[in-house]
Design a protein around this ligand. Structure first.
Ligand code: SF4
Length: 218
């Protein structure tokens, strides 16, 4: 699998109903692998280019399209533009089969970098993106912002199909009990270093925290 493979995608996680990573209720897909190394990345388990699970784009598209009652899909990671050809193929299918859905993509690359230095697959992927949330995480700039973790990260409403929101405050975190002893959270922590403190506090109570993007064996 390479960044030019249009048929196979390596993903870290999937969730059919995410409410904290873009407007409304969305299917969430976390890809596996990121070439960047932001200090204190909140999802370090998604960084290796190996790991996660391999799916065909067609299988994933069918799974996503079986979901009803969502506004669209959010692609996070990991770095979606590191698998731009496959992600682009997935979104091409969804744009054809679910034309009313919108697409949110997270990227550690800036939009300027993607436009100037991105390859043709990355340029194509941008065309399917209604809202791009760009830029690397910077802990020193951590802030409780809408759908993003640090103030250098920006919301680019590329198509006009998603309207800018007047409230730029944190969308909070989505929690759900998973099994009998784990608590899953999805979203952008409004405070820095949330994850280690939260996981430690839960561990003291006999629970295990599972973050979005973290591969699970349940
Ligand atoms: S771009 Fe995102 S996934 Fe990659 S290292 Fe930075 S915070 Fe982590």
């Amino acid at each position: 699998m390479t960044g030019t493979d249009t048929t196979i995608l390596r993903i870290s996680d999937y969730h059919a109903s995410v409410t904290t990573l873009g407007p409304g209720k969305r299917v969430g897909i976390w890809v596996q692998g990121c070439p960047l190394r932001c200090p204190e990345c909140v999802a370090p388990e998604t960084l290796p280019m190996s790991g996660g699970s391999i799916v065909t784009v067609n299988e994933l598209a069918d799974r996503v399209m079986s979901v009803t009652d969502v506004e669209g899909v959010t692609i996070s990671g990991g770095e979606p533009f590191a698998q731009a050809a496959a992600v682009g193929t997935l979104l091409e299918i969804l744009s054809r089969e679910r034309p009313s859905w919108t697409t949110v993509i997270y990227s550690g690359f800036t939009i300027e970098w993607l436009r100037r230095r991105g390859d043709r697959f990355q340029a194509e992927l941008l065309k399917y993106c209604d809202l791009l949330i760009d830029g690397p995480y910077r802990k020193s700039l951590h802030a409780p912002l809408k759908w993003r973790a640090s103030s250098n990260q920006r919301l680019h409403y590329l198509s006009g199909r998603i309207g800018a929101e007047s409230d730029d405050g944190s969308a909070g975190l989505q929690f759900e009990v998973s099994g009998t002893s784990s608590l899953r959270w999805i979203g952008v922590p409004p405070v820095p270093s949330f994850r280690p403190g939260f996981e430690s506090a839960l561990a003291n109570q006999g629970f295990m925290a599972v973050a979005d993007g973290e591969t699970k064996n349940e």
